[in-house]
Ligand binder design. Sequence first.
Ligand code: ADP
Length: 495
Amino acid sequence: MQKKEYIIALDQGTTSSRTAILDKEGKIVAMSQKELTQIFPQPGWVEHDPIEILEAQIATLKEVISEQSINASQIVSIGITNQRETTVIWDKSTGKPIYNAIVWQDKRTVDKCNDLNKNGLAEYIKKTTGLVIDSYFSATKIHWILNNIKGAQDRAEKGDLLFGTIDTWLLWNLTDGKVHATDYSNASRTMLYNIEELEWDTKLLNELNIPENILPEVKPSSFLYGHYSYEGVQLPISGIAGDQQAALFGQACFTKGEAKNTYGTGCFMLLNTGEDIEYSDNGLLTTIAWGVEDKVYYALEGSVFVAGSAIQWLRDGLEVIKTASDSEFFANKIKGENPVYVVPAFAGLGAPYWDMNARGAVFGLTRDTGKEHLIKATLDSLAYRVKDVLSVMQKDSKTKLTSLKVDGGACVNNTLMQFQADILNVIVQRPEIIETTLMGAAYLAGIGVGIWNLEDIENNRKLSSEFSPSITEEKRLNLYKKWQKAVERTKDWID
Ligand code: ADP
């Protein structure tokens, strides 16, 4: 009998490193996870130890294989997905990082970003990289390391150092220093990559004094990158994508106009814009979704800073619920219309309002307002914010959304998902497996070695639930109008 074959997905996230094994039917058969130490050297600074990342990733990989008593020869492919933008620079000959990984959340390069803005580069950066100037992206983090670690700039210029986002760092180590590469999706988050010409941008490299020789080669997301030698067997590494793009792929949003939203601490929305590059007039990001089967696909990306964290506020701040899932129980107590609106602008408002001086507020209180009204209104606010962003995404990309695919911790809330469908007037689809990031990495890897194609993946995708709009257009418009009125009143609150 032929032995069963498996695909491995490595998911190196901000808070943990995970490894999953999938069978050829795309089912997750086992998973292993290790938490990651968060290092905060100063207010606003966030770092990870690259060696800890690497060791944890390899440890989970070995653990999950040995637990399943799988033979190395049964593994046909490895895919990698990763926290995006986080920056590592290491010595080419020793393999040692010259500084900790600077995490995407890190704000130490805000001043440098302001300089780039002052130098009039915003429009150029938007056109070439698709991004808005921000300390999130790798570019100014690389600049910081080269400028602040003694001798780093010289060593970089001499060709002694290498830069990588986390995918590249893992790949280089797994291939024993043989392969220094990344994929289009990760390259498009560095703020150094020309997403149209598909090459590193010389003008931006010069502006930040970054020698091109430290940068990885950029390859398609499904591609035979190299091999990891495990128990004498050469395992192909054949898929790489940044976490949000991997989730879009894992949700099988393969065609223009398809979108996914992840309801986590914040919300991350990506809309596939096909082979067309669409730029936003509302501060959304243009990014490469993936390169697969000789084509490069693009996406518009938007995020909502406060989403699941508003539910955490109900739980830990107001203490009106004990667990996040209680929010559904209380919300369901409200039968008619809820007159209460909560705008959780705890740290200002992002797209499409962009008002950092806005602050949260509750509207519509009356003497009979109970905690259930407040809880339902907070849940509703997630759906309204998603509508705010998706509306401008559709406008910017001139496409019309037909359905929204959902994942992330809060997508298990049926009341929220129903309200989302109602307020968006599109069908909301929740997959059976909400581990879409892992799935995306595995799918890309499977395609990379030719065991799957896009059609297989679409056929394999199983829905757990579908939510259809169930309110009238009039009601939808009225609700949303009220929401926008509430948002208006939170703006420009702090001086
Ligand atoms: P992250 O990856 O950002 O840490 P997760 O995808 O794990 O987030 O989702 C966790 C978030 O989802 C938390 O902020 C939590 O408040 C919220 N959440 C979890 N379950 C529910 C639920 N049933 N209803 C509403 N929100 C929920």
